[in-house]
Design a protein around this ligand. Structure first.
Ligand code: MSP
Length: 643
C-alpha cells in the first residue's frame, strides 16, 4: 500500500496569562478543522498545541494570583485542556515549555548557536516593553515612548544580553521568501514581512537577566533564554528533534506538508526569527505560515490578561458545540478580522443552521417517510432539475476542496451553504407534494427524494470537519454506513438506496433572539459584578489551628530590587531577631507607609526565596480587583497571638 502523505499542523502555544477566550479558541479550532479535513483526505496527520509558560508576564500573573509560577501554569494548562476537550479538539500532543523534553532542546540549541558564534554576548540599552517583553528602537517608540505593538508605555532598560545574529541571515531569509511565494499567507502579510526585512534587521536580544522564570542558559546561568526563542522551539522539541525521532521529527517535520497557524500579531516572530533560527541550526525550513486576522468584540479588542473578552463555554453549553464551531469558522474571512457578536451568532444559528440546513433534513426525511414508507432508491427518471442539482453538488465538492486546500474554511463553508440553499430551492421547484398526487409520476417523485437525501449525505461529509456532531447525527438519520461517509464517496449516486429514520429531532432548535440576548446579557460577567468568590471547601477547627498567626511591627521596609510589585519588610515578631517578609503590595503601599504598621503575620509558613530575597512569613491583607489593604491592629504587642 502506498504511504500516506503527512500533514503536521501547529497552533501557537498559548500564554497562561489568563483564561482562553474566543480569539485563542479560534486558532485552535481552525487547526482542528484542517486536521480533520486532511485526515479525511487520507493524510497521516499530526496536530500540536500547548502552552508558552515562561517569561516575566507569567511570573507576574502568578504573583498576582498568590501562587508559585509552576502552580499557576499547571492550573491554567489543566483549564485549557478542559476547554479543548469541551470543543472536541483532536490534538495529538500538548507541549508545555516547562517540560524537560522541551528545556533540553532549548538549552542545546542555545549552546550550539553560541559555539558557532551566531549568538554572542553584548549589552543592550533600549526602550523595553514589559508587556511584550521586547526592546524597541527610538523611532519605533516615537516621542511618547509607547510600545508600537501594544501601546503601553515603555521604559529604558540596560542589561547584559546575548544576541542572535539576525543581520547575518537577513539576505538569505529575504531570498527564501522571494523564492517560496506561498511560504507566508496571505500575500499581504508576506509583503509586510519582506518590507520589514528590507528596513534592516537588528540583531535580536535573546536572553534576560531581570527575572528567573525561564530556561537558564547552561554556560551562563544568570541569563534566562528570551521567551520567544524558547517558545518557537516547541514546534520541533515536541517532535524529538535532538534524536531526529524517525516516527515524529523525520516523519512530520521532513514530511509532505507542515503548517504553522498564527494570529497576525505574532507574524514577525514566525516569519523572521523562527526561520533564521532554523537556518542557523541547519534544520530545513519545511513549514508554511498562515497568519489569520482577529476576532473583535463590538467594543474593541479582546484581552486575556485584562479580562475584556468573550469566552466560548457559555455559548457551547447553551447552544451546543456545533453551532459555536460553525459560527467561529464562518465569520472570520481569510486573513481578515471579524466581529464576534452574540446577536449575529444567534441569527446565523437560526438562519443557516435551523432554517436552511436543519429544515432541509427534516423536510427530506419526512417526505421519504410520507410517500415511500422511509425507503427510496435512485430511479431512471432524471429531470433537468435533477441534472442541475447534481452539477451543483459536483461543483461544490470541487470548490470546497480547493478552498480547504488553500486554508479557507470560511469560504468553503459558504459553498456548502450555497448548496444547501440550492437544495431547498429544488424542493420548491420540483413540488414533491404535487408529484405525489399523480401515480404516473411515482418514479420522478422517488428520484427527486433520492436526490435530496443523496445531496444531504454529501453535505454531511463536507460539514463533518467543522460540525462533527451534526454530521454524525445526519448520517444516523439517513442510515449511512461509515464507508459511505468517506472523502472518496462524495460522488453523486455512490449510495444507491436509503432507508431513513422515521423521525428527525431538529439538529438546531430555533432560538428566540430577543430572549437569548437578554439571557446572555444576564449571564455575562460584567452584569454579575460585584463578584463574590465561591466559598472554599469546609475545614475543621483543627485545620485552622495549624496556622500560627502573630502580631508583628514593621520596623523597616524597602522596594525589591528585581521586582516592581514586591516590598521587602523587616518585621519584629518579639523574637530574638526580626524577620524579613516579601509581599506583593508595592502597587498599593510605599515602603515608608509600611513602617510602623502593626500587622498580622503567618509565622509558621515555610520560608521561600522570591526573586532572590528570603521571605520568612506572610502579611495578611484583604483585596479586590481594585484595592488592597494590609490588616492592621492597634494596641497589641509584637509576638501576641491572633486566633
Ligand atoms: N505565546 C505566544 C505564542 C508563541 S508561539 C511560539 C502568544 N500567545 S497568546 O496566548 O497571546 O496568543 C496565542 C494566539 O491567539 C495568537 O495566534 C493570537 O493571534 C491569537 N489571538 C489572540 N487574540 C485573538 C483574537 N481576538 N482573535 C483571533 N486570534 C487572536 O502569542
Amino acid at each position: 500500500m502506498a504511504q500516506s502523505k503527512t500533514f503536521y499542523i501547529t497552533t501557537p502555544i498559548y500564554y497562561p496569562s489568563g483564561k482562553m477566550h474566543i480569539g485563542n479558541a479560534y486558532t485552535t479550532l481552525f487547526c482542528d478543522v484542517l486536521k480533520r479535513y486532511k485526515s479525511a483526505q487520507g493524510y497521516d496527520t499530526y496536530y500540536l498545541t500547548g502552552m508558552d509558560e515562561h517569561g516575566k508576564k507569567v511570573e507576574s500573573a502568578a504573583l498576582e494570583a498568590g501562587l508559585s509560577a509552576q502552580d499557576h501554569v499547571d492550573q491554567i494548562a489543566e483549564d485549557t485542556k478542559a476547554l479543548w476537550s469541551l470543543m472536541d479538539i483532536e490534538y495529538d500532543d500538548f507541549i508545555r515549555t516547562t517540560e524537560k523534553r522541551h528545556k533540553t532542546v532549548v538549552q542545546t540549541f542555545f549552546e550550539q548557536l553560541l559555539k558557532q558564534k551566531d549568538i554572542y554576548l553584548g549589552h543592550y540599552e533600549g526602550h523595553y516593553c514589559m508587556h511584550c517583553e521586547s526592546f524597541f528602537t527610538e523611532t519605533q517608540v516615537g516621542e511618547d515612548h509607547l510600545c508600537p505593538d501594544c501601546g503601553r508605555p515603555t521604559q529604558i532598560l540596560q542589561e547584559e544580553s546575548y544576541f542572535l545574529k539576525l543581520s547575518k541571515y537577513s539576505k538569505k531569509l529575504h531570498d527564501f521568501i522571494t523564492e517560496n511565494p506561498d511560504f507566508i499567507q496571505p500575500e499581504s502579510r508576506r509583503n509586510e514581512v519582506l518590507s520589514f526585512i528590507e528596513g534592516g534587521l537588528n540583531d535580536l536580544s535573546v536572553s534576560r537577566t531581570t527575572f528567573d522564570w525561564g530556561i537558564k542558559v547552561v554556560s551562563d546561568p544568570k541569563h534566562v533564554v528570551y521567551v520567544w526563542l524558547d517558545a518557537l522551539t516547541n514546534y520541533v522539541s515536541a517532535l524529538g528533534v535532538l534524536d531526529q525521532d524517525p516516527m515524529l521529527f523525520d516523519k512530520y517535520w521532513n514530511g509532505d506538508e507542515v503548517l504553522h497557524v498564527v494570529g497576525k500579531d505574532i507574524l514577525r516572530f514566525h516569519a523572521i526569527y523562527w526561520p533564521i533560527m532554523l537556518m542557523a541550526l541547519d534544520i530545513p525550513i519545511t513549514f508554511k505560515l498562515y497568519a489569520h486576522g482577529w476576532y473583535m468584540m463590538k467594543d474593541g479588542k479582546m484581552s486575556k490578561s485584562k479580562g475584556g473578552a468573550i469566552y466560548p463555554e457559555p455559548f457551547i453549553k447553551r447552544y451546543g458545540l456545533d453551532a459555536m464551531r460553525y459560527y467561529m469558522m464562518r465569520e472570520l474571512p481569510f486573513g481578515g478580522d471579524g466581529l464576534f457578536a452574540p446577536d449575529a451568532f444567534l441569527e446565523r444559528t437560526n438562519f443557516d443552521l435551523a432554517n436552511d440546513f436543519g429544515n432541509l433534513l427534516n423536510r427530506s426525511v419526512a417526505m421519504v417517510n410520507q410517500y415511500f414508507a422511509g425507503e427510496v432508491a435512485q430511479k431512471n427518471a432524471q429531470t433537468p432539475f435533477d441534472t442541475e442539482l447534481e452539477a451543483k453538488v459536483e461543483q461544490t465538492v470541487k470548490t470546497y476542496d480547493h478552498l480547504m486546500d488553500a486554508y479557507k474554511p470560511a469560504d468553503a463553508l459558504g459553498e456548502v451553504f450555497s448548496l444547501i440553499s440550492r437544495a431547498n430551492k429544488y424542493i420548491d421547484e420540483t413540488t414533491p407534494w404535487v408529484l405525489a398526487k399523480d401515480p404516473a409520476q411515482k418514479d420522478v417523485l422517488e428520484d427527486t427524494l433520492y436526490h435530496l437525501v443523496e445531496s444531504l449525505r454529501i453535505i454531511g461529509i463536507l460539514l463533518h470537519p467543522v460540525m462533527p456532531e451534526a454530521a454524525s447525527q445526519l448520517f444516523d438519520y439517513l442510515n449511512v454506513s461509515s464507508d459511505h461517509q468517506t472523502f472518496e464517496s462524495r460522488v453523486f449516486g455512490h449510495h444507491p438506496i436509503y432507508r431513513v429514520a422515521k423521525k428527525v429531532t431538529p439538529l438546531f432548535p430555533r432560538l428566540d433572539v430577543e430572549k437569548e440576548l437578554a439571557h446572555l446579557k444576564d449571564s455575562s460577567p460584567a452584569k454579575k459584578a460585584p463578584k463574590i468568590e465561591p466559598l472554599k471547601d469546609e475545614i475543621l477547627i483543627d485545620d485552622f489551628a495549624k496556622l500560627d498567626l502573630r502580631v508583628g511591627v514593621v520596623i523597616a521596609c524597602k522596594a525589591h530590587e528585581n521586582a516592581d510589585r514586591l516590598l521587602v519588610s523587616t518585621v519584629d515578631l518579639g523574637e530574638e531577631k526580626p524577620r524579613q517578609i516579601v509581599s506583593g503590595i508595592a502597587g498599593h503601599y510605599s515602603p515608608e507607609a509600611m513602617v510602623g504598621k502593626k500587622v498580622i503575620v503567618v509565622a509558621n509558613l515555610k520560608p521561600v526565596t522570591l526573586r532572590g530575597e528570603l521571605s520568612e512569613g506572610m502579611l495578611l491583607a484583604g483585596s479586590n480587583a481594585k484595592a488592597l489593604e494590609v490588616v492592621e491592629l492597634k494596641t497589641l504587642n509584637p509576638g501576641d497571638l491572633v486566633k
